[in-house]
Design a protein around this ligand. Structure first.
Ligand code: MTE
Ligand code: MO
Length: 199
């Protein structure tokens, strides 16, 4: 019928089902950065995977864009208690980026241009759960939200989704990233309110 219902966005959400505990729904898209927004030139951009043996596999911007791309819609959840429903992204699955990488590692450290780091279990990066994204709402990802490209692990709190991502280091033993070293959780599952170490 083509009827547009004002104020209605996305699929119906039974009360309490899609919002993790302690979160509220945010209509805007807040920017949370621990430092200045780095200016990353596309001709010098690289994304690199480093294994526990020191083997490296990297992509230039053109090589990265030539990989199979996925466009998907997902909810995101920030530990500062805002959640945003129905965000639309385009990027490359970590399943694709790790397909030819030989590793026994259970842990990964994402590293960003500008120096931010965050640790994520490898299990949370595989199985269609994580991407390196370069478009938001079908437009190039704005720099303040992590452009040219950011990690997106939407089933974990958003601090795990490193903006301006540059590398993924695979590790046999876990280490703390930036916020984890300041007391935030190593896993960060919003459905289990894993906000701080010990939660
Ligand atoms: N490189 C980098 N990535 C980062 C951060 C940061 O400070 N630097 N902040 C994290 C935090 S705490 C959150 S909540 C999200 C915020 O993403 P947004 O600014 O696109 O909302 O980015 C995460 N990724
Ligand atoms: Mo955050």
């Amino acid at each position: 019928m083509g009827v547009v219902t004002p104020g209605f966005h996305g699929r119906p959400r039974p009360h309490g089902v899609a919002l993790p505990p302690g979160q509220y729904v945010e209509q805007g898209f807040p920017v949370l950065s621990a430092g200045p927004t780095p200016n990353v030139h596309l001709d010098r951009w690289r994304f690199e995977v480093v294994t526990e043996r020191g083997d490296r596999q990297g992509w230039t911007w053109d090589e990265f864009l030539a990989l199979p791309q996925e466009t998907f819609t997902t909810d995101i959840h920030c530990v500062t208690r805002w959640s945003k429903f129905g965000t639309r992204w385009t990027g490359v699955s970590l399943d694709t980026l790790l397909a030819d990488v030989e590793s026994m590692a259970d842990y990964a450290m994402a590293g960003s241009y500008g120096g931010y780091t965050t640790n994520v279990p490898v299990q949370d990066l595989l199985g269609g759960k994580a991407w390196v994204v370069h478009a938001y709402d079908d437009k190039p990802l704005p720099a303040e939200h992590g452009g040219p490209a950011r990690l997106l692990v939407p089933h974990l709190y958003l601090w795990k989704s490193a903006k301006w991502v540059r590398s993924l280091e695979l590790m046999l033993t876990d280490r703390h990233g930036f916020w984890e070293g300041l007391g935030y959780h190593d896993h960060g599952d919003p459905w289990h309110e894993q906000r701080y170490q010990g939660d």
